[in-house]
Design a protein around this ligand. Structure first.
Ligand SMILES: [Zn+2]
Length: 417
């Protein structure tokens, strides 16, 4: 709540009109960042009095900017205030090695449309951007919206990015994308203000706002797929580091003299536990076209070789996560990405490996769980980033005051729409 208190202090010197305008702005921002809230929650999140919130809500409603509706939460009827869907849309696009996932949401945090298309492996950046722009326009048309309704578009890529320049920093995952200016390309293609981040950070944002990270101030989201990366939420804020490359846990050293990694170092976590490494291990015993889907299915059916490969990967991931736990002491670790589909086979190995190597007392040991959104985490995180982009109020800081109310299920219902 430091940010909110700071704003209260700054605006105290202005006129009454300035004060009203600032309060109104703060209520609008809080609703945009958090989605529907009760008046009491708006009051707690903003520090505004119940009477002020009540006046602001009445004013916003009469101006057609907000609405109040009765909903059920944990079996109780409550009146929720939300922004009108017409107040604005945001867009999210998530690039993978072989896919584009795109979505449009409004300021009530309702997904209005979502699309998935496959891409050829090794797709060129410019070609992929024009394909994504086409998909996004189609999505808007299907939702009965226009590109000019979209305030911000956030784009996720599977690798480190510089958010200031809008460029990707590494060619390691998407070969045709080295140094590509993602934001400039989308701003030119769609004419919408665009921001970019890596997929693990976006996964952390999605889980923190709507998923299993909701209510946690310190957690890590670890995406285990073709690469391995982490999004770190510390003190309620996504931590990106100086260059935007924080959380590259896939390139922490597991074995000093281990196999060469695509990053140029030896023995990185990725060479032991990312999906290409696992498929390579299985190559001798299984068909040439063996995929991660096959691996997960056979593991589910009890195949000993597949389970062994996943368990070994879990142990290696656990080594890297134990180091992370000893450094940062998170409350929660969320495992996402395609290999999270292995469920307990992977998770129990991770837990065991972490428990053996961490200093935390059992009472403070982090909870290790899979995420709520599976393969949608990236695109939903892009929507979350777009919702918070361009505003100085920290969403997690505001949300800390709302921890006592569990509304994750309500959000998931609206997100499924
Ligand atoms: Zn590496």
């Amino acid at each position: 709540m430091r940010t909110v208190r700071g704003m209260v202090g700054r605006r105290s010197g202005g006129s009454l009109t300035d004060l009203r305008r600032a309060n109104r702005h703060e209520a609008l921002t809080t609703l945009r960042l958090n989605g529907p809230l009760t008046q009491a929650e708006i009051s707690r999140a903003t520090g505004l009095s119940h009477a002020s919130v009540s006046n602001i809500v009445r004013e916003l409603t009469s101006q057609g900017l907000a609405r109040t509706s009765e909903v059920h939460r944990n079996g109780r009827k409550v009146a929720e205030v939300s922004l009108e869907p017409s107040t604005g849309l945001v867009g999210g696009i998530d690039f993978g090695n072989r896919h584009i996932r795109a979505a449009v949401a409004d300021f009530t945090h309702t997904v209005r449309g979502e699309a998935y298309v496959t891409l050829a492996y090794g797709h060129e950046a410019a070609v992929s951007v024009s394909e994504a722009a086409r998909v996004f326009r189609e999505l808007l048309a299907n939702a009965g919206a226009h590109i000019s309704d979209v305030q911000v578009l956030a784009v996720g890529v599977p690798g480190p990015t510089n958010r200031d320049s809008g460029r990707t920093l590494s060619s390691a995952i998407l070969p045709g994308w080295a140094g590509f200016n993602v934001t400039a390309a989308f701003e030119e293609a769609l004419g919408v203000r665009t921001t970019v981040d890596n997929d693990a950070n976006l996964g952390a944002l999605a889980e923190g706002l709507w998923g299993v990270g909701r209510g946690f101030s310190d957690f890590a989201y670890v995406k285990v797929s073709t690469g391995i990366g982490a999004g770190l939420v510390l003190n309620g804020q996504l931590y990106r580091g100086v260059a935007g490359s924080a959380g590259e846990i896939g390139h922490t050293t597991i074995e000093e003299d281990g196999p060469l990694c695509r990053c140029g170092n030896r023995g990185c976590l990725e060479v032991f536990a990312a999906s290409p490494a696992l498929l390579e291990l299985l190559r001798r015993s299984y068909p040439d076209d063996f995929t991660v889907t096959d691996l997960l299915r056979l593991s589910e059916e009890g195949d000993v070789g597949c389970r062994r490969v996943l368990t070994d990967a879990g142990r290696h991931i656990g080594v890297a996560l134990a180091n992370l736990c000893n450094l940062l002491s998170p409350q929660l670790i969320i495992v996402g990405g395609e290999l999270a589909g292995a469920g307990e086979v992977l998770l129990s190995a991770i837990r065991e490996s972490i428990a053996r190597r961490t200093m935390a007392l059992p009472a403070h040991a982090p909870k290790i769980t899979t995420g709520a959104f599976s393969e949608r985490a990236g695109v939903l995180g892009a929507l979350a980033l777009a919702l918070q982009e361009g505003d100085s109020v920290a969403p997690y800081g505001a949300r800390d005051q709302l921890v006592s109310t569990d509304r994750a299920s309500a959000h998931q219902i609206s997100l499924a729409g």
